[in-house]
Ligand binder design. Structure first.
Ligand code: TRP
Ligand code: ZN
Length: 470
């Protein structure tokens, strides 16, 4: 789902010009209609830092994922059905997919031809697709998943096999390691999941479980549904042995907590704190954007967590309150409001880091001011001052500066505009862009508009200068 339709009118005009009859005779009623200019969709969605991520020429509205995974053999059998709309006249288009054997691709139920090159799957439909037409793509594929490595110095990510199942955390571009898709946050969509696992295991995905899992011939299928637009990197199908606790937060939001049996003793805390944090953030950031909340602790020792939509995933450790506060703050900042380009990542990580400080302030452990002062005292030679967080670097996307200096930027802003305006700004920001896309420019504009102040120098010093702000 993309809401940005600029450029469509211009393209239409160009294609008309391109197809005008070569001679100069006047148009005649018997002339054939102007032929559309069918061209391949681009191999990337247009993020200059990640030129092959995502794809051009179409916009996905919905994914239907059927995934059958057998931990013993590490074999994944998948069928992905995609609902999309063309954003140009399309002769062919790409999906992102890493590894696997593709058995068949259909477009609107007709067999399509396809080719593979690197992580690009190129699909040529039997009939070209007119601009704005809606179409359905179905891809059958199978093989052993291979997790992604080091696209942004984070180690392994994507679909990661574990002894009893899989740990699935895909930021920034690892969802192509388990299903074909338009793998960039600029194209969000709703999701249905049907995940089949050996009976006795549990499969966890985003959103809410649809009915009871069904078991046949030793396999159980779990059906989940995420009704709200979601970036592909936030999709999960984490599966294995899990202990569950279900219910509602004190504020009435449906909740599910799940832990690998190794972390059984942490289940109640995960459940209780996730509920408490979700309710508290709803008072600070505005209404909770999704239909359920919770968290998953799996025994894959990632050492990090990911804010998977509705179910943050913690990798191999018992999360403390502050990390839960971080991952659940992402439900607003990153998941409901999603960046269009990876360079704006501080809009996710700076906000989630600042939420850690706000949580500590709320609990009376430490004020945000005290935390800010500590970081500001770091010597001029500290690497966070050399890395301007307002422009995340593709080779070092998740640099500590994007988190810490990003969070400091918000504290500096809060001091400049005062608590009333600052907290009104946070709620206005989340309300205006709920389920949509955001840029740094838009945030600066809104901050200036609500405060009536010129904030350019502040944002410039904190986000864009390679040295410590005064
Ligand atoms: N967004 C995560 C956080 O700050 C960090 C992260 C990025 C991550 N990519 C990941 C975690 C991949 C797990 C897997 O909480
Ligand atoms: Zn984060």
């Amino acid at each position: 789902m993309r809401f940005d339709r600029r450029g469509v009118a211009l393209l239409a005009t160009l294609s008309l010009l391109a197809c005008a009859p070569a001679d100069d005779r006047p148009a005649h009623a018997d002339d054939p209609p102007v032929v559309a200019d069918f061209r391949p969709g681009a191999a990337g969605i247009g993020d200059p830092d990640f030129p092959k991520d995502g794809n051009g020429g179409y916009d996905v509205s919905h994914y239907d994922l059927a995934v059958d995974y057998t931990p013993k053999t590490k074999r994944l059998e998948g069928q992905t059905t995609i609902q999309a709309a063309a954003t140009q006249d399309l002769s062919s288009f790409n999906l992102d997919l890493a590894g696997y054997t593709v058995r068949q691709v259909t477009v609107n139920n007709a067999k399509a031809t396809f080719g593979r090159a690197g992580d690009e799957l190129t699909v040529t439909p039997a009939k070209p697709l007119g601009d704005r037409s809606r179409f359905t793509v179905k891809v059958d594929y199978s093989g052993q998943p291979e997790a992604a490595l080091d696209s942004a110095n984070l180690g392994t990510y994507g679909f990661i096999p574990t002894p009893d199942g899989a740990f699935v955390a895909s930021e920034p571009n690892g969802s192509k390691t388990w299903f074909p898709n338009n793998d960039h946050p600029a194209d969000k969509a709703t999701f249905n999941f049907a995940i089949t696992v050996p009976a006795g295991l549990t499969a966890l995905a985003n959103g809410e479980l649809q009915g009871r899992p069904t078991t046949a011939e030793g396999k159980t299928t779990y059906r989940w549904r995420e009704l709200h637009p979601m970036a592909t990197y936030l999709a999960t199908a984490t599966l294995g042995k899990f202990d569950l606790r279900q219910g509602q937060t004190p504020g009435g939001i449906p909740e599910l907590a799940a832990v690998d049996p190794k972390f059984k003793s942490g289940l109640d805390k995960l459940y209780k704190v996730s509920g408490e944090v979700t309710d508290y953030w709803s008072t600070v950031f505005g209404p909770y954007p999704f239909s359920s909340t919770g968290g998953i602790v799996d025994d894959y020792a990632a050492g990090y967590a990911l804010e998977n939509q509705t179910k943050p995933l913690y990798g191999g450790f018992e999360p403390d309150e502050v990390i839960m506060a971080h991952e659940l703050a992402h439900q607003w900042f990153g998941n409901s409001l999603t960046i269009k380009r990876w360079k704006d990542l501080w809009l996710n990580e700076g906000f989630a880091t600042y939420a850690e400080w706000l949580w500590q302030e709320h609990k009376g452990t430490k004020t945000a001011e005290a935390i800010f002062t500590e970081f500001h005292a770091r010597p001029a030679g500290d690497p966070i001052w050399a890395y301007p967080p307002g422009r995340a670097k593709p080779t070092d996307l998740f640099n500590a500066s994007v988190y810490t200096r990003g969070g400091m930027t918000l504290h500096a802003l809060r001091k400049a505009i005062g608590d009333d305006t600052f907290f009104r700004l946070l709620k206005t920001w989340t309300a205006e862009h709920r389920y949509g896309h955001v840029t740094t420019e838009e945030f600066i504009d809104l901050a200036e508009q609500l405060s009536g102040k010129n904030l350019r120098p502040l944002f410039d010093a904190w986000l864009f200068q390679p040295h410590r702000p005064a």
